[in-house]
Design a protein around this ligand. Structure first.
Ligand SMILES: Cc1cc2nc3c(=O)[nH]c(=O)nc-3n(C[C@H](O)[C@H](O)[C@H](O)COP(=O)(O)OP(=O)(O)OC[C@H]3O[C@@H](n4cnc5c(N)ncnc54)[C@H](O)[C@@H]3O)c2cc1C
Length: 459
């Protein structure tokens, strides 16, 4: 049977307009934010409207051995949602609908619902869904679960996996199953929810998610501190985390500050080598006290200037500035975005090492970090028209990962391995854990149809 004939068969069992083959439409679904130049041309994009649709696609694909790339909102930064030649891109963007149960304090959402929409629905009941990737307004809850997304408040509130109580997932053979539910405690059986969380679309397609909600936090107090060196700022982060439990602790270096200032004109100190944004959402006067404690620590660590505010809107302006860094840097050239992490005490060594890598490879590396977690995003900015500069940028990318491994850190703290970091996963996991990972993949997807090339290549 020709593939076109096969596609028609698939289209027949789905609602009209679900299977898209127009080349312009397909082009928009080939990449995520990593824009992998090796992305293939899929035969079609399928926009599922229900779990039943996802099952139909997987049964169809399994019968014909057609690769399927799962796509949420396409904001991934590791190339996980990169199309395969001749395959299907299965988009879950139309799996919509969110229900909040204020009694069990849970929200159940279709995989395509955006993180911000879950937050809004929860807020209507004075509840809160904490995980807040900077992309919270554009990334899907299914994608957040598939990548185990982190974010700005995770330093206090944890990452996505800490909130996932249940899910519906479709396996590579089309079987749909439900795991967990609105129960805060549940240890029956293996932790399959944890297995699928962060599995980057390799093991199954998440169609619905149930997450835990918490009461809305009190208004935050915010501290901004500027430093004459990134090293001093990193030392301040270490000191803050050993004394206080902030609800945000972010670090921006001079390149990042200037990129934001160009974009937003907030009167940030362009000469500062580093800027720290810290928050406390402790109740009542405790927020002000925690911020005062963090201010003292920053000054002792050498902050040249500090600014504290209890005005939530003013505080939000700084958080928005932090979220703007990446889009602002993207406007300066091509970027290679790192996501390495170390234990917090090793942050100064990581930051110093990144500075010397920038010198060694004569390349601009902006540093932004969820510093309170030790998770850094060195952003290598280069001119894509200069092949030699692009080559140096790639060498710097590798050197940063090797540095993280030397410091006993991880090659990715929250963006995932995807295709961009596949080659370094064995060095991080070691032979036995890599072999176990392969065996799990093989058990759940024996034809290796889901997300080919993500995390590992078939053997
Ligand atoms: C400006 C910007 C800022 C960002 N900031 C952060 C941040 O602070 N923290 C952070 O963790 N990430 C961040 N990211 C990365 C990205 O937003 C997250 O990885 C997000 O969780 C991806 O969600 P998505 O819906 O866009 O998924 P996609 O990009 O579509 O997919 C990501 C991966 O998950 C798989 N997948 C998606 N949906 C499903 C599903 N339903 N079932 C199974 N597999 C699925 C895909 O195959 C792919 O491997 C940022 C991205 C941008 C562009």
């Amino acid at each position: 049977m020709s593939l076109i004939g096969g596609l028609a068969e698939l289209a027949d069992v789905l609602e009209e307009g679900s299977v898209l083959t127009d080349r312009d439409v397909i082009a928009a679904y080939r990449h995520d934010w990593a824009r992998d130049p090796a992305a293939g041309w899929p035969t079609a994009v399928v926009r599922a409207r229900s779990t039943g649709d996802v099952q139909a696609v997987m049964r169809w694909a399994a019968d014909r051995r057609v690769p399927v790339v799962v796509r949420g909102a396409g904001t991934g930064l590791s190339g996980g949602a990169t199309a395969a030649d001749g395959g299907i891109v299965l988009s879950v963007e139309r799996l919509r609908g969110v229900r909040v149960d204020p009694v069990t304090r849970t929200a159940t959402a279709g995989a395509g619902v955006l993180n911000v929409e879950v937050k809004r629905a929860a807020a209507e009941h004075a509840l809160w869904y904490p995980p807040d990737p900077s992309s919270f307004e554009s990334s899907s809850i299914g994608g957040n679960v598939a990548t185990n997304a982190g974010g700005l408040c995770c330093v206090k509130y944890g990452v996505t996996t800490d909130y996932v109580l249940g899910m519906e997932v479709v396996l590579a053979d089309g079987t749909a199953l439900r795991l967990g539910g609105p129960r805060v405690k549940d240890v029956a059986g293996l932790s399959l929810i944890k297995l699928f969380t962060g599995s980057e679309g390799l093991l199954g397609i998440i169609t619905e998610v149930t997450v835990r909600l918490v009461p809305l936090p009190p208004p935050s107090a915010t501290l901004v501190g500027t430093f004459a060196s990134v090293d001093a700022a990193a030392a301040a982060v270490v000191a803050v985390t050993s004394a206080v439990r902030p609800s945000m602790l972010e670090l921006l270096d001079r390149v990042s500050v200037n990129a934001v200032e160009d974009a937003l004109r907030m009167n940030l100190d362009r000469a500062a080598e580093a800027l720290i944004i810290a928050r406390s959402d402790a109740p009542g006067v405790a927020a002000r006290e925690e911020v005062a404690a963090m201010e003292r620590i920053c000054r002792e660590a050498g902050a040249t200037e500090t600014f504290a505010t209890t005005d939530p809107d003013e505080g939000e302006m700084f958080a928005a500035a932090r979220r703007e860094v990446l889009p602002a840097l993207e406007r300066r050239g091509s970027i290679l975005l790192e996501d390495v992490g170390v234990s917090v005490p090793r942050l100064p060594a990581l930051v110093r090492g990144i500075e010397s890598i920038a010198d060694r490879y004569r390349t601009v590396i902006a540093v932004i970090a969820h510093a309170g977690d030790g998770n850094t995003h060195p952003v290598i900015v280069f001119d894509p028209r200069d092949a030699e500069a692009a080559g140096r940028a790639r060498l710097a990318f590798t050197a940063i990962m090797e540095l993280a491994l030397e410091l006993d850190g991880t090659i990715t703290g929250e963006h995932g391995v995807g295709r961009m970091k596949r080659q370094w996963l064995p060095a991080y996991l070691g032979e036995d854990a890599m072999d176990l990972t392969r065996r799990i993949k093989h058990a759940l997807d024996p034809q290796w149809l889901l997300n080919p090339g993500v995390m590992m290549l078939p053997q």
